[in-house]
Design a protein around this ligand. Sequence first.
Ligand SMILES: *[C@@H]1O[C@H](CO)[C@@H](O)[C@H](O)[C@H]1NC(C)=O
Ligand SMILES: *[C@@H]1O[C@H](CO)[C@@H](O)[C@H](O)[C@H]1NC(C)=O
Ligand SMILES: *[C@@H]1O[C@H](CO)[C@@H](O)[C@H](O)[C@H]1NC(C)=O
Ligand SMILES: *[C@@H]1O[C@H](CO)[C@@H](O)[C@H](O)[C@H]1NC(C)=O
Ligand SMILES: *[C@@H]1O[C@H](CO)[C@@H](O)[C@H](O)[C@H]1NC(C)=O
Ligand SMILES: *[C@@H]1O[C@H](CO)[C@@H](O)[C@H](O)[C@H]1NC(C)=O
Ligand SMILES: *[C@@H]1O[C@H](CO)[C@@H](O)[C@H](O)[C@H]1NC(C)=O
Ligand SMILES: *[C@@H]1O[C@H](CO)[C@@H](O)[C@H](O)[C@H]1NC(C)=O
Ligand SMILES: *[C@@H]1O[C@H](CO)[C@@H](O)[C@H](O)[C@H]1NC(C)=O
Ligand SMILES: *[C@@H]1O[C@H](CO)[C@@H](O)[C@H](O)[C@H]1NC(C)=O
Ligand SMILES: *[C@@H]1O[C@H](CO)[C@@H](O)[C@H](O)[C@H]1NC(C)=O
Ligand SMILES: *[C@@H]1O[C@H](CO)[C@@H](O)[C@H](O)[C@H]1NC(C)=O
Length: 474
Amino acid sequence: MIALSTLLLLVPVVLAVQARIQLTHFQSGHRSNIAPQFVPPSEGPLVQSSNYVGSNNGSLPKPKVVSGKSFDRFIQIWIENTDFESANSTTAFSDLAKQGIFLDQYYAVTHPSEPNYVAAAGGDFWGMADDSLYHIPSNISTIVDLLEAKSISWATYEENLPFDGFEGFNFSSKNYLNTSAPDYTYYVRKHNPTIIYDSVASVPSRLALHRNFNDFAADVNASALPQWVFVTPNMVNDGHDTSIDFAGQWVDYWLAPLLNDTNFNNNRTLILLTFDETETYTANNHIVAMLLGGAVPESARGTVDSTYYTHYSTLSTVEANWGLGSLGRGDTNKTLSNVFSFVANATGYKNLNISGSDIPLTNITGTIPGPLNPQLYVPFTAPNTSAVGAGGGAVFVASGLNTSLTAAVVPSPVNLTALGKTVPWLGPRNGSTAATSNSTGSGKGGNGAVSLSDGIVRSAIFGITLAGIAAFLV
Ligand SMILES: *[C@@H]1O[C@H](CO)[C@@H](O)[C@H](O)[C@H]1NC(C)=O
Ligand SMILES: *[C@@H]1O[C@H](CO)[C@@H](O)[C@H](O)[C@H]1NC(C)=O
Ligand SMILES: *[C@@H]1O[C@H](CO)[C@@H](O)[C@H](O)[C@H]1NC(C)=O
Ligand SMILES: *[C@@H]1O[C@H](CO)[C@@H](O)[C@H](O)[C@H]1NC(C)=O
Ligand SMILES: *[C@@H]1O[C@H](CO)[C@@H](O)[C@H](O)[C@H]1NC(C)=O
Ligand SMILES: *[C@@H]1O[C@H](CO)[C@@H](O)[C@H](O)[C@H]1NC(C)=O
Ligand SMILES: *[C@@H]1O[C@H](CO)[C@@H](O)[C@H](O)[C@H]1NC(C)=O
Ligand SMILES: *[C@@H]1O[C@H](CO)[C@@H](O)[C@H](O)[C@H]1NC(C)=O
Ligand SMILES: *[C@@H]1O[C@H](CO)[C@@H](O)[C@H](O)[C@H]1NC(C)=O
Ligand SMILES: *[C@@H]1O[C@H](CO)[C@@H](O)[C@H](O)[C@H]1NC(C)=O
Ligand SMILES: *[C@@H]1O[C@H](CO)[C@@H](O)[C@H](O)[C@H]1NC(C)=O
Ligand SMILES: *[C@@H]1O[C@H](CO)[C@@H](O)[C@H](O)[C@H]1NC(C)=O
């Protein structure tokens, strides 16, 4: 690890970089002043394209529909790293919100990206404070266990995934924004929530449900879209390497026509469009979120719902809708898991009224002990098995779970970093056959110029965090 003196030396550098970032923002209103122009990756979301990389592998069987109380299909689409104000002032998002319910008090649960995605699948981010290659042991359950217990179909669709169930850290392919530039890293595992869990990835039938965008086109065209769907656009379309305007253009290209397609959106479909986290770490993690789709009651379209929600609300809402069990994690923390109110109304779930200074500060990074926090390491503990979630069912107990290893008996956190060690879950899943990264072409998977400024932002944030820790120690 970096010595304290080195950390302190970083401070002026960080301040200088920070000043440059602010200048860039002031000048352009974007996170990057060299953002490329949006290029549609295909002729339409339902047209096969080599830009989507993985070729279609047939369509899923048409699912047997399990009726929910408010909806029969839930589709989440996550865009990256944008503050509430910035997304709310981008017409692609503000116009779309008018078609559904605008959730204007929705918060991410931590920083940076990966722990937010992981939280939306497993109800916790396990103390994770970075975007490294992790795998989570198979005694830890996810939403997939709850859905499958009730035979509810699911899949995730990842743009630029090279093949179904690819477990690599990232994947680079032909740069379709600039064909003379080297291969570009469009796919990253850190935005693919369920694949990080061994309880999902080590089961071949589950692994195969991590599908690419050509599969998506085939599944929609075959009227075979599953009932729980997570969609991850690539690193330029989700705004991560580009800008909110670029992401807005992607939303216009991809989501707008699909909203009119009954194979995607029918009167029993609920769609959540949101962000993983804010770009700014120094204010609370307030992001834009909206509910779209035919399941939104007519009377609620064009309204604003100011209930306090977090990413855990995506779990509790799904649990409430289908009367599922729970994970006994963040999904059953009443404060953090209000159910989307029209669903709460339909299911009889009582939300908590949390506003103003009662809203927890979730703009935290690395302060929570956990099995993926090398500086405050504790083992994976059992969930609260007596918790009752919004679905009313029992807490799912994964095989191999030691239910007596609870938060109450867990040993004090250990600083593994100080001992020169890392957490045991760093790296790929044991037995995983996929390479940790790869490329379709001869290029080395370089990121090209477009990601450079994002890299600076990210290093600056890391620098600020390190400097913050250093300042605290001094
Ligand atoms: C979001 O933007 C709209 C204008 O498009 C504005 O009326 C509204 O007050 C904004 N919401 C918040 C919470 O800032
Ligand atoms: C195609 O789908 C099958 C069945 O789900 C799966 O086993 C296989 O790995 C997939 N192949 C590719 C290349 O995606
Ligand atoms: C495209 O990539 C090439 C090679 O990296 C670079 O020289 C050129 O400036 C890029 N064009 C644009 C418009 O960014
Ligand atoms: C979707 O349908 C509405 C009418 O129902 C129409 O106004 C709109 O232009 C259509 N959008 C797209 C992208 O096709
Ligand atoms: C929902 O769609 C189905 C199938 O198209 C139709 O039969 C039903 O009447 C619709 N329900 C409402 C409330 O629009
Ligand atoms: C989190 O946001 C609050 C409220 O804006 C701010 O006071 C605090 O300093 C932020 N925390 C961090 C770690 O930046
Ligand atoms: C629920 O979340 C709140 C806000 O983060 C936290 O203060 C509280 O400790 C959590 N409750 C449990 C039982 O973990
Ligand atoms: C849910 O019920 C509450 C209380 O009756 C009501 O104020 C609110 O408008 C309802 N929300 C929706 C989205 O239907
Ligand atoms: C879960 O499994 C891991 C790996 O075998 C183990 O370290 C941990 O103690 C287990 N936790 C529980 C609660 O079973
Ligand atoms: C853990 O140890 C590292 C290296 O000694 C140190 O930089 C860091 O501040 C420690 N973290 C905590 C939370 O004590
Ligand atoms: C892709 O993965 C390799 C290691 O496998 C790593 O060195 C590189 O930084 C990663 N790139 C991105 C953009 O995540
Ligand atoms: C990754 O590279 C290896 C060796 O070059 C190759 O055998 C493998 O098929 C590649 N994987 C993908 C997903 O392209």
